[in-house]
Design a protein around this ligand. Structure first.
Ligand code: GAR
Length: 199
């Protein structure tokens, strides 16, 4: 069974959606460890409540390279095959990415390359986009930049607020993250340039 390492910083709803799919047998994988850089993250409380190995690695005051070394050590200790960033609000170093080549995924609440970075839903509203959505992509050392695995689109409605748009996107996030993990674990894909092509 392939082993997932989930990294999060907050609410953890994407983690919970993945955990539900694993529990219901819809995603063939095992959650080996959930790691948070924030002590108070709701996601880490949820991981403990599910009886999953949950680790807090506080990042404050630690240099990025040193922090990422600790992260890699923790993930290797738990023999993680695939790292899933689920609302993990930190950039990862080149060394981290090299430790898990094409083995780190991220979910982002926009149709990349539009609206990378923080507050993607607010950016889409402020820009006046008519369609937004979410993206699961491989992680490299640049922000929200690696090859795209799956995307889902949602309409932006005239009366949307940041919250209503985020909620509509989140439903799709919860669906496509597990699909993307299953695809990557199946190894039935290849990369041509930046294009991830399912075989
Ligand atoms: C999600 O919307 C995720 O796409 C976003 O943070 C939220 C985390 O929610 N990630 C980013 O913006 C990364 N750049 P969750 O903790 O409930 O999964």
């Amino acid at each position: 069974m392939k082993r997932l390492g989930i990294l999060l910083s907050g609410r953890g709803s994407n983690f919970e959606a993945i955990a539900d799919n694993v529990q219901r047998g819809r995603l063939t994988a095992e959650i080996a460890v959930v790691i948070s850089n924030r002590q108070e993250a709701r996601g880490i409380v949820a991981a403990r409540a599910r009886g999953l190995p949950a680790v807090v690695l506080p990042s404050q005051g630690i240099a990025r390279e040193e922090y990422d070394r600790r992260l890699v050590a923790e993930l290797e200790w738990h023999r993680v095959d695939l790292v899933c960033l689920a609302g993990f609000m930190r950039l990862l170093s080149a060394d981290f990415c090299r430790a898990f080549p094409l083995r780190v995924l991220n979910i982002h609440p926009s149709l990349l390359p539009a609206f990378p970075g923080l507050n993607a839903q607010r950016q889409a509203l402020e820009h006046g986009a008519k369609i937004s959505g979410c993206t699961v992509h491989f992680v490299d050392e640049q922000l929200d930049a690696g090859p795209i695995i799956l995307q889902a689109a949602v309409p932006v409605l005239d009366d949307d607020t940041e919250e209503t748009l985020a909620a509509r996107i989140l439903i799709e996030e919860h669906r496509i993250y597990s699909e993307a993990i299953a695809l990557v674990l199946s190894e039935r894909w290849r990369i041509e340039g930046r294009r991830v092509i399912a075989k």
